[in-house]
Write a protein that binds this ligand. Sequence first.
Ligand code: SAM
Length: 271
Amino acid sequence: MFAKKQFGQNFITDKNLILKIISLLDSEPDQLVIEIGPGQGALTKVLVEKYRHVLAIEIDKDLESFLKAEIPNNNFELVMADILTFDLSNYLKNQKKIYKKISIISNLPYYITSEIIFKTFLNSEHLDKAIFMTQKEVAQRITATVGENNYNNLSVAAELYSHKKYEFTVRKQMFNPVPKVDSAIISFNFNKPSFNIGLEDKIKVNEMVRKLFNNRRKTILNNLGNLIGDKSRAQKILESLGIDFQLRPEVISTSEYLQIYKLVGDFKNED
Ligand code: SAM
C-alpha cells in the first residue's frame, strides 16, 4: 500500500515507539480513545487491546477495507470522514455519559496540525488528555513558555486550555516514508485547567493574542494600539496593569494576556 502525500501519510514502523506513545495515555481501561488518522492501524491495534472503545476517524477511503480486516475487534469503530468536518462536539457530548474518560491520540497529518489542535481545544471540556505527534519545531513552539524565542499564540492557546508538555523527540527515520524533518510527541492534560474562564472568552482571547503576535518585532504598545485603533488607550491599559510598553509579545504571559483582554473589551475582527 502506497503512502499518500496529500493526506500527510507517514506511517510509524517501530513497535517500541508505538508502545511508548500509548503509555502516555491514562491506563484506565474504561476509556473511549479517539484516534485521528489510524492509517494502517499501527497504533490502533494496540489501543483496541487496552481500552473499552476505540473510535478511529480516517479520511482515506482506500484504507477502509484493510483496517476492517486487520482489526476485527468488537470495540473498534471506524468512521470514514474528514476530522475537520466531523461533528466532534456532538459525538463527545453523547459519549461523556458512557465512559469514565475520553482521550484523543494521533500521529497527526501535518498539513492540518493547528486546525486539529484547535478543534481539540474547543472540545477540551469533554476530554481528559490528548497525545499528538507533530513536527518537532511545531511541538517546540506549542510547548514554549513565556520569554522563549519561539513562544507564540499557539503556546498561549495551549496554556489557556491545558497543561501542556513536550514529551520526547522522534527521529524521522522512525517513519515510512521518511519525512524531511524530525517529529515530537506532545501531551495536553485538560483536567484542572489553570484558567477558569468560559469557552467564548477563551476563543476571543486566542483571537486577540494571535493578532498581537502579528508583528512580533514590534512592542506590545504598538501591537495593542493597532489592534484597538487607539494608541493612547492602549497605553492606559498597559499602564494600569504595570506592563512595560517596550516589551515584545513573546515576553507577555498568558495571565497578562487575560488581564489585557478583560480591559480591551471588543476589538475589530478583521486582520
Ligand atoms: N496513525 C498512522 C501511523 O501512525 O502510522 C498514520 C499516521 S499519518 C501521519 C496521518 C493519517 O491521517 C493518515 O492515515 C491520513 O490518511 C489521515 N488523515 C489525513 N487527513 C485527514 C483528515 N482530514 N481527517 C482524518 N484523517 C486524516
